[in-house]
Design a protein around this ligand. Structure first.
Ligand code: UDX
Length: 458
């Protein structure tokens, strides 16, 4: 990228989305400052250590050392910026509504520091309810009016679609880039920011591989409201697709079919597609549960019922119970049993445990009087910090989780679990039940090793 095209970008919020976006934009040649009000995060980043576990992120951070800045407030930096990207948290409230206080706080701090002669494009990247672009505009205007200054700014919506664990890959090689803006100037500025990605003119960083058949991502230009709704529609659809296959996993079990064969059989239909058809213990994470609840809430605010999305949520709640039901069906009495839980993260390649099925399964097992040993390759610290119950026993390997256990339950699709010596592991257990909540392991082989193996829908 030519230096004349480089923009000065402030990213507010240095979590999964903000940090990944900031680092990628810095790698592509822009001048980037990542801001976070959590001093622990900033102190780590200043030592070029990643505060989160994410493929390739720490390597890229080290590579960018000296080229990207980290700060605990936006202050004077905003006066030099062309673009401020808001990537702060938007947690769920109890009633499913979205807590926008961090977004509003970011907007206020921008308004409090902008220079009078400046033009700034404020970009909402956080997943935010419909109408938030307009709300941010109002908050900024209020703040500027308070100061008695007149600045030029515009607000655009640019939702992210990155998956944790593949966040850098999805940032450099997105399926599409959605820009929701009312003015052509905002679209052009974001086109300039994303030019290296739109034109694929960069050499990918280490550990981020451009697929051979990857072409150029389309730029989808919409109104801010449509962009906001695109994000919710995408996540609700994907969540519904998983719930759909999970619902059919239940019927497959009852009629003696194998849901993996069924998923392949339907996924080859181009109109359906093969992705997001892995049956399992259900979806979790920082996005699907929150966004699904949020769009149901929005529907209700407009007096509009959303039965399909509600059903996706209900099926997901039911799905989390299947593991315990299968344990009951095989072990009969749970009280006094030792159960080894393999995997705490909501999916593989992340240390994120937010809304992870493991939280519910472990709580259910403890309530039923089981002794629970848990192992996860990277998420144990997070679980300990946020959800741990004193009864949970943390162990350092699959072998330790299995020792003297009556049953093992696999809840995260970690690749490490594919490479375990399961024959040896089976012989160290007291019982032989194996519930594979992700359909990760080959049923025939596991049965040959002596396990009573139960998958989900197979
Ligand atoms: C998701 C969206 O994919 C991403 O576009 C958005 O920006 C954020 O939310 P993420 O939460 O990182 O990303 O995880 P994703 O890979 O989508 O998986 C979500 C959940 O669905 C996980 O719990 C995963 O285990 C589960 N899942 C996924 C299945 O159970 N079956 C599948 O076939 C796919």
């Amino acid at each position: 990228m030519k230096p004349k095209d480089a923009l000065h970008i402030i990213v507010i919020g240095s979590g999964y989305v903000g940090l990944t976006t900031g680092l990628a934009l810095s790698y592509l040649g822009h001048r980037v400052t990542c801001v976070d009000k959590n001093p622990e995060i900033i102190s780590k980043l200043r030592q070029w250590q990643s505060p989160i576990y994410e493929t390739g992120l720490e390597e890229l951070l080290k590579e960018q050392s000296g080229r990207i800045e980290f700060a605990d407030s936006i202050n004077s930096r905003i006066t030099e910026a062309d673009i401020a990207i808001v990537a702060v948290g938007t947690p769920s409230k109890e009633n499913g509504d979205t807590d926008l206080s961090y977004v509003e706080e970011a907007a206020r701090s921008i308004g409090a520091s902008m220079a009078p002669d400046q033009f700034l494009l404020v970009v909402n990247k956080s997943t935010v309810p419909i109408g938030t672009a307009r709300r941010v505009k109002t908050v900024l205007t209020e703040e500027l009016t308070k100061r008695g200054v007149c600045c030029h700014f515009s607000v655009a919506s640019n939702p992210e679609f990155l998956r944790e664990g593949a966040a850098l890959h999805d940032t450099f090689f997105p399926d599409r880039i959605v820009v929701g803006a009312d003015e052509i100037e905002s679209v052009n500025l974001l086109r300039q920011m994303y030019a290296p990605i739109l034109e694929q003119t960069f050499i990918p960083p280490k550990k981020v591989v451009r697929a051979e058949r990857y072409g150029f991502p389309p730029l989808v230009i919409t109104s801010p409201t449509s962009a906001e709704l695109i994000k919710y529609t995408a996540n609700a659809y994907l969540a519904m697709k998983i719930s759909f296959i999970n619902e059919f996993a239940g019927i497959a079990e009852r009629v003696g079919a194998d849901i993996r064969e069924v998923a392949r059989g339907i996924g080859l239909d181009n109109r359906i597609g093969p992705h997001f058809l892995n049956a399992g213990v259900g979806w979790g994470g920082s996005c699907f549960p929150k966004d699904v609840r949020s769009i149901i809430y929005t529907g209700a605010q407009y007096g509009y019922d959303m039965p399909l999305v509600k059903a996706a949520l209900d099926v997901n709640t039911r799905q989390r119970k299947t593991v315990i039901e299968k344990l009951q069906a095989t072990l009969k009495v749970i009280r006094g049993r030792t159960i080894g839980v393999l995997g705490l993260a909501f999916k593989a390649n992340t240390d994120d445990i937010r809304e992870s099925p493991a939280i519910d399964v472990i709580a259910g097992l403890l309530e039923m009087g089981a002794r629970v040993k848990v192992y996860d390759p990277v998420a144990m610290d997070n679980y300990r910090r946020f959800y741990s119950r004193p009864e949970v026993i943390f162990v350092g390997s699959v072998v330790q989780a299995a020792a003297e256990a009556d049953a093992l339950v696999l809840l995260t699709d970690w690749d490490e679990f594919r490479h375990v010596d399961w024959k040896e592991t089976a012989s160290s257990m007291k019982g032989n039940v194996f519930i594979d909540g992700r359909n990760l392991l080959p049923k025939d082989e596991m049965t040959r090793f002596g396990f009573t193996y139960l998958g989900i829908g197979c």
